[in-house]
Write a protein that binds this ligand. Structure first.
Ligand code: HEC
Ligand code: HEC
Length: 321
């Protein structure tokens, strides 16, 4: 008893240390704010393609990577397997076959799916999510989950998540969130940025440059009939701006920001005010209150217009959420 009495303070210190740890360790572990962000989290250990075994499973994963990098070669308008997509490659938006940090990578797919997604209002599998991009971003026809192509893409994406524990989102996953502008994003200012920083590759009319051998785009289209549809993620300004801010111009120094957030929002507003394939999905956002602030098609639970949801200003809107 004498012993317990003189050492009670050790217990007290332990309680204080644990309480301090709970308070001080940030609850946003694993979130990101772009390259160089101070927020810590799990680093993604990308598995090594060169160490894939020469087995049927290894071959399937290699085929999956090839499909992601050269989608048009297999599935595009003159594809060798089928003609079910618009000529873009998954890699045009999921850079380096889906492994680049902040380049819309696949690090958290295997660890977080199946999961509930508000857009469909259902629990979605990886197959469903891949087909979402095929139908919306590639303006295509869904792949059968039993096809060798879907099995390969699935195997590749799962293998990329090999070192990521369940429910963990490594640093740099997906598309970064960037600072919201106070004012509405401005397509007129965005057009100037497009001419100065984008058109030399994506062409003045946004149509990009298709390879002479039809194997895909050297520079993918930003709008027009061969580009992503109005049902695609990049049609939302926040997705487009977050993607572009950290990845474009494509030849930029990746350790430096070449676009300010404001420029990224404005160029997003310009590009997404140009014509593109209109594709709406009747079942989208069954609960209208779950629509993202920048989703450009009503009805909404608030009274802001489609125009304001699309281009902002968003600050007043977000205060009501
Ligand atoms: C035009 C651009 C574009 C193309 C092309 C594209 N995607 Fe996507 N993809 C996106 C965007 C945008 C998201 C949503 C990212 C976000 O909101 O963080 C996304 C999300 C995904 C996700 C879910 C990622 C996650 O972490 O939840 C998967 C899986 C995916 N795409 C697979 C594919 C595959 C496979 C292809 C090719 C068949 C493809 N995508 C082509 C733009 C594209
Ligand atoms: C040096 C050439 C170059 C410049 C300049 C450039 N891009 Fe790109 N962009 C590319 C390439 C190449 C890809 C596809 C990357 C891949 O497949 O690996 C791409 C992909 C994209 C994509 C996703 C695919 C699509 O077509 O929708 C968007 C969006 C995009 N760029 C927007 C922009 C914007 C906005 C600018 C100007 C701020 C810009 N790019 C400047 C070369 C460029």
């Amino acid at each position: 008893m004498q012993f317990l009495k003189s050492y009670w303070w050790i217990g007290l210190i332990m309680i204080i240390v644990v309480a301090a740890a709970i308070i001080l360790i940030p609850s946003d572990l694993g979130k990101y704010n772009g390259p160089g962000s101070k927020i810590s989290g799990t680093e993604w250990i990308i598995p090594d393609m060169n160490r894939l075994p020469a087995t049927p499973e290894g071959d399937l994963i290699r085929y999956g990577k090839a499909l992601v990098s050269n989608t048009a070669f297999y599935l595009g308008p003159k594809g060798t397997v089928a003609h079910i997509t618009n000529g873009m490659n998954c890699q045009n938006c999921h850079l380096d076959a889906g492994i680049r940090l902040y380049g819309n990578n696949y690090s958290a797919v295997a660890s977080t799916y199946p999961k509930f997604r508000a857009r469909s209002g259902t629990i979605e599998t990886i197959f469903k999510r891949v087909n979402d991009c095929i139908e919306r971003s590639l303006n295509g026809t869904a792949l059968d989950s039993n096809s060798r192509e879907m099995k390969a893409i699935y195997a590749y994406i799962c293998w990329l998540g090999t070192n990521v524990p369940k429910n963990v989102k490594p640093i740099g996953t997906g598309i970064a969130e960037i600072t919201l502008p106070q004012d509405a994003a401005d397509p007129v200012a965005g057009k100037l940025i497009f001419s100065a920083k984008c058109s030399k590759c994506h062409a003045a009319d946004g149509s990009g440059l298709f390879n002479a051998d039809s194997s895909g785009y050297t520079y993918p289209p930003l709008w027009g009939i061969h580009s992503f549809t109005t049902g695609a993620g990049l049609y939302r300004l926040s997705r487009f701006a977050g993607y572009v801010k950290f990845n474009m111009p494509f030849d930029k120094d990746l350790t430096k920001d070449t676009l300010t957030s404001e420029e990224a929002w404005n160029v997003a507003a310009f590009v997404n005010s140009q014509p593109r394939p209109d594709k709406r999905f009747a079942g989208d956002w069954p609960d209208v209150s779950s629509k993202p602030f920048d989703y450009p098609f009503g009805p909404y639970k608030d009274s802001f217009s489609e125009q304001q949801h699309k281009y902002g200003p968003w600050t007043a809107m977000l205060k009501q959420r």
